[in-house]
Write a protein that binds this ligand. Structure first.
Ligand code: HEC
Length: 134
């Protein structure tokens, strides 16, 4: 009987250790600690999701201008990591598109497709991955 208890305990041990490696369940308190409900980190996270849905075909998943469709365009989709433009310009470019800004018509206007929050989040995300010094 006592041995049975010991075996049961040992059998559970690896499971408990493995459980500690699992990411917290969505909506759990631990997840809340990782992703603040709002603030700059949350905006970066949301902006990254929007970018993944709408922008990577041209700008690439690393935002370096090397998306799958990039070679179809001349000028090429911008390397958004190296952009020297400020946030206001980036936001306007996203909202109004290239043509309205005197640039390539192949940069689409996103103002009718995305919400203000999504476009603002994109701008915060692009700032977070930008390594160009201004
Ligand atoms: C169909 C291809 C295409 C898609 C999709 C696209 N872009 Fe672009 N984007 C371009 C091209 C081409 C340029 C370069 C325009 C130029 O140089 O005249 C550009 C330029 C830009 C610029 C200007 C950067 C700078 O330094 O001047 C920003 C900002 C930008 N894109 C953001 C986005 C975002 C955010 C998305 C997703 C919501 C997106 N683009 C989706 C093609 C695309």
């Amino acid at each position: 009987m006592r041995w049975g208890c010991l075996v049961a305990l040992l059998a559970c041990l690896p499971l408990q250790l493995a459980a500690a490696d699992q990411p917290p369940a969505p909506g759990s308190q631990a997840m809340g600690a990782l992703l603040p409900r709002d603030g700059a980190d949350a905006a970066v996270f949301r902006g990254g999701l929007v970018f993944g849905n709408y922008c990577i075909t041209c700008h690439g998943m690393n935002a370096d201008g090397n998306g799958r469709a990039a070679r179809l365009y001349n000028p090429r989709p911008a390397n958004l990591r190296q952009s020297d433009k400020n946030d206001a310009y980036m936001l306007m470019m996203i909202r109004r598109g290239g043509q309205a800004m005197g640039r390539s018509e192949f940069m689409p206007p996103w103002g009718a497709e995305l919400t203000e929050e999504q476009m603002s989040d994109l701008t915060v995300y692009l700032r977070s991955i930008n390594s160009a010094r201004r």
